[in-house]
Design a binder for this molecule. Structure first.
Ligand SMILES: [Cu+2]
Length: 277
């Protein structure tokens, strides 16, 4: 698999990744700078004030006032980091969600140990989900009697999105706390049972990126790997069409399309998404 991992961070592929990277660079550069300054000062003191014959140690300090100066400088510097960089970037990513009507909305259901994705389909309405309908074959409990559910696309471990179009994920979990993370997008958000959490991103580069679970969620935690496919609009439409055709075929006659077979095998043994016919 080619996710671009190597030395350093994998290639950035979302609209806000550059801001996160610049903050990380700033923090690392500053910390290296502080490390060098303190290291040099410490080494100087070791040599300048080493034990020598005829000298006695002096326990007099320079005074309380003067020791407050470096404390004040460090405080001011850290406040600058938080106010000038931390809070604005946080607000940009966490407070300013793109308008839903311009975004692709996807429901994400985490479970031990897979990612279930539900697309609303052409009617743009998500089909009802019921806990009582959850089975191995219907992982999200999609209620097929709901008209809005007829055109919903459900996948396991494979999330298809369009390059340049914002994606809003509405997330929850079936069992324990999971955490959706795509390193290339520089984002991460917990999925909590009983809660709806939200994560958005705008993918900027066509490609395939790894979804990891960033919360130790059980014995199969490391197997909880998915893929985000960032497609061109044409490729996305073709994929969505294929999924819809497969869904109709499955509902009508119970046949499984190659696309669904792939989805199922990608889920590493967890039953496929074909709804009961
Ligand atoms: Cu997990």
């Amino acid at each position: 698999m080619d996710y671009g991992y190597g030395w350093g961070l994998p290639p950035a592929a979302s609209s806000y990744a550059a801001q996160i990277d610049s903050l990380m660079w700033l923090l690392h550069v500053v910390m290296v700078g502080i490390f060098i300054i303190w290291g040099v000062y410490f080494s100087y003191c070791l040599v300048a004030y080493r034990a020598t014959n005829g000298h006695r140690a002096s326990y007099h300090t320079a005074g309380e006032r003067s020791s407050l100066i470096p404390d004040g400088l460090i405080l001011a510097f850290e406040m600058w980091l938080i106010l000038a960089f931390g809070i604005p970037i946080w607000a940009q990513i966490k407070q300013r969600t793109p308008p839903a009507d311009q975004a692709l909305e996807v429901n994400v259901m985490g479970q031990q140990f897979a990612w279930n994705f539900q697309y609303a389909g052409p009617d743009k309405a998500f089909g009802r989900r019921k806990v009582s309908l959850v089975t191995a074959a219907n992982a999200i409990g999609l209620d097929d009697t709901d008209p809005a559910a007829k055109d919903d696309i459900v996948t396991i471990n494979n999330l298809h999105v369009q390059v340049g179009k914002p994606v809003i994920l509405h997330m929850t979990s079936k069992d324990v706390i999971h955490s959706f993370q795509v390193t290339n997008f520089r984002n991460k958000q917990d999925l909590v049972p009983g809660l709806q959490t939200m994560l958005w991103f705008t993918p900027t580069e066509v490609g395939k990126y790894e979804i990891g679970c960033a919360q130790l969620c059980g014995i199969g935690h490391t197997q909880m790997i998915g893929n985000v496919f960032v497609d061109t609009p044409e490729a996305y439409d073709a994929w969505a069409k294929e999924q819809l055709q497969g869904r109709v075929a499955t509902s009508a006659g119970g046949s499984v399309t190659p696309a669904q077979a792939v989805e199922t095998s990608d889920a590493r043994g967890i039953a496929g998404t074909a709804p009961k016919s």
